[in-house]
Design a protein around this ligand. Structure first.
Ligand code: SAM
Length: 461
């Protein structure tokens, strides 16, 4: 197989296996099951692994996050009829009118801020080498004047540039929480403008999102189209964030170098990125065959694998498990993508009475994985290994030899060979477990030069 990591990238994601598919994971899968078998990518994330094997295997994919399942569906699910629709798809016809109407309404909510923002972004974008301190400071001031979605900063002076949005924001949000379909769609503009996106980008995102919702039920392919367009929007949003690659915290613009990096992202046109991403999905459909019985689920992996789930009707030959490695819950790092899919104007979390810097939805409404909990991770592995075995499936696990939550814990307890401890745990159920390792330069947050050992455990009877 010759597909590159760039081709496999659907959105920026920590722990994506784009660089490990070729050879490392490919070799293990082919040693465990023959082409034509059914492979379940149980925590699919960006769907990179599922997509890698889609030409030769029947794919089932799953993730607990909606954005991930949406992207996986766009790349994996659909038969010949859908393939024909994709060839002749007319996104402008499907989305153009509603998108433009919504955008016009949003623009009229903050015309002065939009105009100033465009001018400052262009000036800063053009002046990379010679920074103009006055322009930089004017941009910083504009950003601090953004209306806050819980009205916690009612200063009239601060908000004037963003009129009438600033004086209407609380009423708008109250109305949208009562009726999320009200016009205009404003979630991204009110929650994250000047934070993860420019004001214009936020308005473009809201407008595309509304247009996707409004594809009429009379369209025979309504659901597939909505899913496809949403997947393209997720990609556009992921690569346009002003943060590094995730949404755990907005990036500071205090330093000039950071401000320039943020501005570079804020100059990206969401509509253009959306089209590029749509083209990528359609091209892949045109060039790589898909099994018509591929299926994508959105479930907690334990519920999916234990008895009484939709998998009961399936023969699963191999489960590929790539769980979170650390205590960082994906629902926090990618909350913007999840909220974009739900588009339900969630209540935002406050700490000590103040909105969190990351503007997260309430913690109670974000999924918390057992694989991210020091006290539950070992049991999570044990449960999962048992349920895979009961289904008669082989199992392939990706984990980190030295930085995984569980392997680190074993190391700190004095075990010199944490990979061997994991092997022992699996041997409680499977009779053969082979360990393979590969060094990888880490692509996490801010520590991109660290080499970590990637672990594969091949489990069978
Ligand atoms: C390391 S990432 C997977 C990366 C993926 N293999 C790729 O190449 O993009 C872990 C994934 O597990 C998902 N996840 C975490 N806990 C889960 C659970 N209990 N059930 C299902 N998915 C879960 C996260 O949402 C995340 O997408």
């Amino acid at each position: 197989m010759t597909r590159s990591a760039t081709e496999l990238r659907t959105f920026w994601y920590m722990g994506a296996k784009t660089r490990l598919c070729d050879e490392f994971i490919n070799g293990a899968v082919r040693d465990l099951v023959e082409p034509g078998a059914t492979l379940l990518d149980a925590c699919t994330g960006t769907a990179a692994v599922a997509r890698w094997f889609a030409p030769d295997y029947r794919i089932l994919a799953n993730d607990v996050q909606r954005f991930s399942a949406t992207v996986a569906r766009a790349y994996l699910e659909g038969g010949p009829d859908w393939q024909r629709v994709l060839e002749y798809l007319d996104p402008e016809d499907d989305l153009g009118r509603v998108r433009d109407d919504n955008l016009r309404m949003l623009e009229s909510l903050a015309p002065d801020a939009l105009e100033l923002e465009s001018s400052l972004l262009v000036q800063i974008g053009d002046s990379e080498c010679e920074s103009d301190p006055e322009v930089f400071d004017r941009y910083r001031t504009l950003v601090t004047q953004a209306p806050i979605p819980d009205g916690s900063d009612p200063s009239v002076e601060k908000s004037r540039l963003h009129e009438p949005l600033a004086s209407q924001i609380l009423e708008l949000l109250k109305n949208r929480r009562a009726n999320p379909r009200g016009a205009p769609a404003v979630l991204c503009t009110t929650y994250w403008a000047h934070l993860y996106f420019s004001l214009r980008q936020a308005m473009q995102i809201d407008s595309l999102r509304r247009a996707i919702d409004e594809i009429p039920a009379t369209d025979q392919f309504q659901q597939q189209k909505q899913n496809l367009y949403l997947a393209a929007l997720i990609h556009a949003v992921s690569i346009s964030t002003s943060g590094t690659s995730h949404f755990a915290q907005p990036r500071s613009i205090e330093k000039d170098t950071e401000l320039v990096a943020v501005v570079r992202r804020r100059l990206l046109n969401i509509d253009e990125q959306f089209e590029l991403s749509l083209d990528a999905i359609r091209t892949e459909w045109g060039s790589v065959a898909r099994h018509p019985d591929n299926r994508v689920y959105r479930s907690d992996v334990h519920q999916l694998l234990e008895k009484g789930s939709p998998l009961d009707d399936e023969q699963v030959d191999l489960v590929y498990l790539d769980p979170p490695y650390t205590a960082d819950n994906y629902s926090r790092f990618y909350h913007v993508l999840e909220t974009l899919v739900c588009y339900d104007y969630p209540e935002l979390e406050h700490r000590d009475g103040v909105l969190t810097r990351g503007r997260y939805p309430l913690q109670a409404n974000r999924f918390r994985s057992d694989f991210c909990s020091g006290s539950r991770v070992e049991d999570a592995f044990r449960r999962l290994v048992k349920s895979c075995h009961e289904r008669g499936a082989r199992l392939l696990i990706s984990y980190s030899t030295d930085t995984g939550l569980l392997t680190r814990r074993w190391l700190s307890q004095g075990h010199q060979q944490p990979a061997a401890c994991l092997r022992e745990l699996i041997l409680e159920v499977y009779s053969n477990v082979e360990i393979r390792e590969q060094n990888l330069m880490h692509s996490g947050q801010g520590d991109s030069n660290r080499s970590v050992r990637e672990l594969l455990l091949l489990c069978e009877d």
